[in-house]
Design a protein around this ligand. Structure first.
Ligand code: RIB
Ligand code: CA
Length: 325
């Protein structure tokens, strides 16, 4: 089993990431940490607890950072609604929050497990992850890998250049990409163009029946309106679940190595993830002086096995529905 901490900002697609993490026999979900992103920390934390309640699961949920490291806070209310998860019914939490701050939960959990056994899966702005690496640098060597939802090597979604999770805290993203731990970047190139809740997938979820099926369809109904209307995406993009799917089955994606840098200064490009897929020597003036070339080697996701991904979603919803019965 892969031990993971899911750091998220629920968020409609974050909920599907929780679904896969909770249902998979391949995953030991050590905890969920929340971060301000799609909406305020109060809303995303309340939503995380409600989503766990709908799915009938209880894992440690620790509340995290209230905003980005440096810039003014940006939330995505236009996409996720006034609660951060508009659309589905969100029941009151069936359990209490873990008393620790998310950053302390991440540090304590990583330090309490054998080196190389815990995977961090941030699918909101990377504020908590960056703060944890700064507060306890030893976690960088100890973490097995960091699989992030964020960035894009082609086009953005909140600006032409930037993807929301990076744009909402670009300095935190710089810390994460440059820390030195193994990073896999699953960006919009895969999630927004290959991981969509197609009508066929929605019909398979509908056929399951029950409140989990209804919850999933209600999330997709809501974001279909905002994704299609504002982002020209034909069906809801199931961004965050792609990261959990890649933990469950690493072969579900293909990757290419690239040196990934986060733009921190551009007037029109702040938050862009600039990926150099050429060998380090090929771009001697990228990322610092030619002689002092450092290299933030990152596995950048290129393609998704959508059929396998869709099966994971259907199997996860079926499993949790049966478990609740
Ligand atoms: O750009 C997509 C990302 O931003 C997803 O993680 C979504 O939940 C939002 O946080
Ligand atoms: Ca998210």
């Amino acid at each position: 089993m892969e031990k993971i901490i899911l750091d998220c900002d629920p968020g409609h697609d974050d909920a599907i990431a929780i679904l896969l993490a909770a249902a998979s026999p391949e995953i030991d979900l050590l905890g969920i940490t929340t971060v301000a992103g799609n909406h305020t920390i109060d809303n995303v934390t309340r939503n995380a607890l409600s989503v766990c309640t709908v799915f009938g699961i209880q894992v440690p949920v620790a509340r995290g950072s209230e905003g980005p490291l440096v810039i003014e806070q940006v939330i995505a209310e236009e996409i996720h609604g006034a609660t951060g998860l508009d659309g589905p019914y969100l029941p009151p939490a069936s359990f209490d929050l873990d008393p620790r701050h998310a950053v302390d939960f991440i540090i304590e959990t990583v330090m309490a497990h054998e080196p190389g056994t815990v995977t961090l899966v941030p699918v909101g702005p990377y504020t908590n992850i960056a703060l944890a690496a700064r507060k306890e640098p030893r976690i960088v060597e100890r973490v097995k890998q960091v699989i992030v939802m964020g960035g894009a090597y082609t086009r953005g979604n909140i600006t032409p250049a930037a993807e929301f999770n990076i744009y909402a805290d670009p300095e935190a993203a710089h810390v994460v990409f440059s820390a030195g731990w193994p990073v896999t970047m699953i960006g919009l190139d895969l999630t927004q163009h290959q991981a969509l809740a197609t009508p066929e997938l929605q019909e398979r979820v509908r056929a399951i029946g029950g409140d989990i099926s209804e919850f999933i369809l209600d999330t997709w109904d809501f974001v279909h309106t905002t994704h299609n209307g504002l982002l020209d995406i034909p069906y809801p993009a199931i961004h965050d679940a792609c990261c959990v799917a890649a933990v469950i089955d690493p072969d579900i994606i293909t990757v290419e190595k690239a040196d990934v840098r986060v733009e921190l200064e551009g007037r029109w490009t702040k938050g862009q993830t600039v990926a150099n897929f050429q060998s380090a020597s090929g771009m001697r003036h990228f990322g610092g002086s030619a002689s002092a070339q450092t290299d933030y080697r990152t596995d950048v996701a290129i393609t998704l096995d959508f059929e396998r991904f869709a099966d994971l979603i259907v199997d996860s919803a079926t499993h949790l529905t049966n478990a609740k019965a």
